[in-house]
Design a protein. Structure first.
Length: 256
């Protein structure tokens, strides 16, 4: 299949945090996937409407119609992590918002991709109370995607997706290696030439850390990331306040 235009909607993971580019911005799996598609078929137009901090309901309200107006024939809809972190989380409601976006894009003729979310506990031990929420969301995403005509990449079913070495220092976003794995998984899912399931293979066994090293790392993470996050949300602020999409207009992917 040849695709003419790819549009990505979602939150910070689709925006590309924490995969730095060469221009003081972020690249991310969506950019990498767009490049893989463009290289395989000789070109592609690509827009990325994602904004960090957005809940699934806000993505549906703010990004779905602009995405439809761009008339993509390839789209990704990835959301839910910001919902999981909120007291009002409802797995079925979140998945139904994702399903609504999938249905609308599929009905317009797009190939639509979605993926489940990795288990956060191996990356962030303090997230253990959230594991049940993540499992519930993933189950709901599997169920709704089976009904919409979209394609599900079951990323959360693969343990390597939760390897801390594929995550950035903040433990909420993939690092460059993690984004590359997700892009490779999507490329394989849509059947691009010369792709395989190598993205599922585990990394080499990591050296075991001593107890004091673990404690020092946990305290540093809390100081650098957890406490500022709690303070921001206590004041009703979001990392996406006053931010716009990084690539709102479809542009040809540079085949460099």
């Amino acid at each position: 299949m040849m695709w003419r235009r790819y549009v990505a909607i979602g939150d910070s993971t689709t925006e590309g945090l924490d995969d730095p580019d060469d221009a003081d911005g972020y690249r991310g799996w969506a950019d990498r996937f767009a490049l893989a598609v463009a290289r395989s078929q000789g070109g592609l137009e690509y827009a990325n409407l994602a904004v960090r901090g957005r809940t699934t309901a806000r993505i549906r309200a703010e990004q779905l119609q602009p995405a439809l107006d761009l008339a993509p024939d390839l789209a990704t809809v990835v959301a839910g992590m910001n919902d999981v972190l909120r007291p009002s989380f409802d797995a079925d409601r979140t998945a139904e918002d994702v399903g609504t976006m999938q249905r609308a894009l599929v009905a317009q003729g797009a190939t639509v991709l979605t993926f489940t979310l990795p288990d956060p506990v191996p990356v962030m031990p303090l997230a253990r109370p959230l594991r049940g929420r993540m499992l519930a969301l993933n189950a709901a995403l599997r169920a709704v995607t089976a009904q919409t005509g979209a394609t599900l990449l079951d990323l959360g079913a693969h343990p390597v997706a939760s390897d801390p070495r594929l995550w950035s220092d903040d433990r909420l976003h993939a690092n460059s290696a993690g984004h590359a794995r997700i892009a490779a998984a999507l490329a394989h899912t849509v059947g691009l030439p010369d792709t395989d399931d190598g993205w599922t293979r585990p990394l080499e066994t990591a050296p075991r850390r001593r107890g004091h090293e673990v404690l020092r790392a946990e305290l540093a993470w809390m100081h650098r990331h957890l406490l500022p996050w709690l303070a921001r949300h206590a004041h009703g602020r979001s990392s996406g306040d006053d931010r716009a999409a990084k690539r709102p207009v479809p542009l040809p992917v540079e085949l460099s």
